[in-house]
Write a new protein. Structure first.
Length: 324
């Protein structure tokens, strides 16, 4: 299969290339020479285009698209979320249709359902948060809906959404570096002692779910892809930081306080047009202080998904990699 990949320079896209390159031809979107070199080293063929200009000719001969790219940053110009997450996804869909692509696999997120509320036993019937106060959440919600609406099996164009939660594992460029940086700067505190429970997704499990969606599943559907069990934030981050030989201290702040602080400071930062992020963003404050327990029964039923990496083995392998 010839696959067009976006986000190949990132954590998820890089893992996709590593896993699929031996069985498939991977053509990856690239915006620079540095990105070209990184993609080629990982085993993909780079093609120069971006989410703001991609056209059908860049996808010529491709059977499937795996759309990993998104504007993930917690802070920055609001218009970038719309430009990349919504408009960029629409351009990818249009280019894929015109190029005759058969399958479009979009990497979504549980954050597309999130407007600040606790989530418990949530499945794919839970409504998308189109009016979320968090720009990442509302733009990913809109993008996901556009992907599902584009599903048209009668014309040979099938769309799927794979939703991970709290993606972690080897070569993480997002979560672990951010938490590690806060601990080293003396800025890390547990929220409500880290007692909130959460689902998570090891990178190997996410890639496995993506691979299954290339040939299986009911098109026009979203699927949660999760680890074998839930964890508390306390367990997750204690074990994750241990893989880089860091032990966080025991300081904790109440969830209501951190949410209130973020709700006050972020609008001030926006109004003053301050380029650096506030001490904590609203999205981070709410995500870290709310439980998020999801179910992947639908993926298990439709895709035949089962986790290929357990939580315990994933952490053990990261520790072995550090000490080996």
């Amino acid at each position: 299969m010839k696959i067009f990949l976006t986000g190949g320079s990132g954590f998820v896209g890089g893992a996709v290339i590593k896993s699929l390159k031996s069985d498939h031809e991977i053509v990856a979107m690239s915006r620079s020479e540095a990105s070209d070199e990184k993609l080629i080293a990982r085993g993909a063929r780079s093609i120069r285009c971006d989410l703001e200009s991609v056209a059908a000719d860049s996808l010529e001969g491709c059977d499937a698209v795996i759309h990993c790219a998104a504007h993930l940053e917690e802070w920055g110009p609001l218009e970038r979320y719309d430009t990349l997450n919504i408009e960029g996804t629409r351009r990818m869909l249009e280019a894929a249709r015109k190029a005759g692509v058969k399958r479009f696999v979009h990497i979504g997120t549980e954050a597309a359902l999130f407007y600040g509320q606790p989530m418990r036993d949530v499945d794919e019937t839970y409504p998308l948060a189109f009016n979320s106060p968090f720009p990442y959440s509302r733009t990913k919600a809109r993008a996901e809906q556009d992907v599902l609406d584009a599903n048209d099996p009668s014309s040979g164009f099938e769309t799927f959404v794979i939703r991970p939660r709290l993606v972690w594992g080897p070569d993480d460029e997002t979560i672990l570096p951010a938490i590690e940086g806060r601990v080293k700067a003396g800025a890390f505190k547990w929220v409500d002692h880290g007692k909130a429970e959460t689902s998570s997704t090891h990178i190997d499990n996410l890639v496995h779910g993506i691979q299954l969606a290339l040939t299986k599943g009911a098109s026009g559907n979203a699927y949660f892809v999760l680890d074998d069990r839930t964890v508390t934030f306390r367990e997750f981050f204690t074990r994750y930081l241990a893989t880089v030989d860091i032990t966080p201290d025991d300081k904790s702040i109440p969830g209501w306080f951190i949410r209130g602080l973020a709700n006050i400071t972020e609008p001030i930062w926006r109004f003053a047009n301050i380029k650096s992020p506030p001490p904590v963003t609203r999205l981070a404050a709410h995500l870290m202080s709310r439980e998020c327990v999801l179910t992947d029964e639908k993926a298990r039923r439709d895709l035949g998904y089962l986790p290929v990496m357990t939580v315990d083995r994933g952490f053990s392998e990261l520790l072995e990699g550090r000490t080996g």
